[in-house]
Design a protein around this ligand. Structure first.
Ligand SMILES: [Fe+2]
Ligand SMILES: [Fe+2]
Length: 131
């Protein structure tokens, strides 16, 4: 079983966003698998960088979508994205320097961050999407 399983509760009602969220889950699941297989730290860093790069790419698309639909709480949502990118940068530095238990902390952080952000933050723009 995957570390994170997609389910309908994660759908925001937009195919592009749902596909990108699934892709983020795939990368996080690969991070989990690498950790379970006790792969070298360099491999974990590589997968973590994929999460970071794809998150930045996704945030750009998602912010463009919010702009198109004139989502009223877009400014706040953008701040949350920016804070996440900063947090990811800090975690990456800790992973590279080998802080104790950081590999597991990152796995937990990524899962919680993505699922909580989708359900609690991203779905706020769902009612503003054209149906
Ligand atoms: Fe978001
Ligand atoms: Fe998102």
């Amino acid at each position: 079983m995957s570390y994170i399983e997609w389910s309908d509760k994660y759908s925001v009602g937009n195919d592009m966003v749902d596909t990108q969220h699934q892709k983020l889950m795939d990368i996080i699941n690969r991070y989990h698998d690498a950790l379970e297989e006790k792969r070298p730290r360099a491999e974990l860093v590589k997968i973590f960088d994929e999460v970071a790069d794809y998150a930045i790419y996704h945030f750009r698309d998602e912010e463009a979508l919010m702009e198109r639909i004139q989502f009223p709480k877009m400014a706040r949502h953008k701040v949350i994205h920016k804070q996440l990118i900063e947090q990811i940068g800090k975690l990456r530095a800790e992973l590279v320097s080998g802080v104790a238990e950081i590999e597991q902390q990152i796995r937990f952080f990524l899962k919680n961050w993505l699922t909580a952000h989708i359900v609690g933050i991203d779905t706020q723009y769902t009612p503003f999407l054209a149906h």
